[in-house]
Design a protein around this ligand. Structure first.
Ligand code: GRF
Length: 206
């Protein structure tokens, strides 16, 4: 089984990134992280990459303000590392460049902490689910397209949040599921392929 060469992008603490690294170490995720890329020079996730000797590329959001220019810089970096899958793991920027999206079509995935399309396009989905009084929320792993949080859905998992008494509790509960689900989905890219037909995603094992 060949490992799939991936890039991981994160802007903050990177606990999902760590879950992927741990799964790789445990032999449960057939991926090679060729590069870690961040827009935030202070991201905790940088240390996680460094501790595994993974190359780190920082594209400072304070230096490149223009979205298109930023994404083209990102594309250059990704092209250089020859990755087959780009994993967004708490990457807090919207990818807007058509050039980047077109050349990595159905090769960029994201994880969102709600059952999409509920709580789409927000960075506080867990708190909004709690405030709404939801009994069930969850997570969605989807392809990234120009429709923010609206790309074809690869995987979803429902999480019972009826016992939670704050948005923070909801977030803490859902993230545990994220940590299990994301490495499995990354692994599935090494073991087969996803075929996208409109909004529908079908999996074909190798
Ligand atoms: C996760 O909740 C993920 O669903 C969302 O951003 C958060 C990232 O957390 N996209 P972490 O940086 O992986 O800890």
């Amino acid at each position: 089984m060949e490992n799939i060469p991936i890039a991981v992008l994160a802007s903050g603490r990177g606990s999902n990134f760590q879950a992927i690294l741990d799964a790789i170490d445990a032999g449960e995720c057939s991926a090679d992280v060729k590069v870690f890329i961040t827009d935030n020079p202070e991201a905790k996730a940088i240390e996680r990459a460094q501790s595994k000797n993974i190359p780190v590329e920082i594209i400072d959001k304070r230096e490149i303000k223009d979205r298109e220019q930023f994404d083209l810089e990102l594309k250059k970096k990704l092209d250089g590392y020859k990755v087959e899958l780009v994993v967004l793991a708490g990457y807090m920027r919207i990818i807007k460049s058509k050039e980047l999206l077109d050349s990595y079509k159905y090769k960029i995935i994201n994880i969102h902490p709600s059952l999409l399309p509920a709580f789409k396009g927000t960075t506080h989905a867990q708190h909004e689910a709690y405030d709404y009084g939801c009994k069930v929320s969850g997570l969605t792993i989807h392809f990234v397209t120009d429709d923010v949080d609206g790309g074809p859905i690869i995987y979803q998992e429902a999480v019972d949040i009826s016992d939670c008494s704050s948005g923070d509790e909801v977030a803490a509960k859902i993230i545990k599921h994220e940590h299990k689900a994301y490495p499995k989905v990354v692994d599935s890219f090494a073991k087969g392929k996803y075929v996208v037909e409109g909004k529908h995603v079908r999996y074909i094992k190798k």
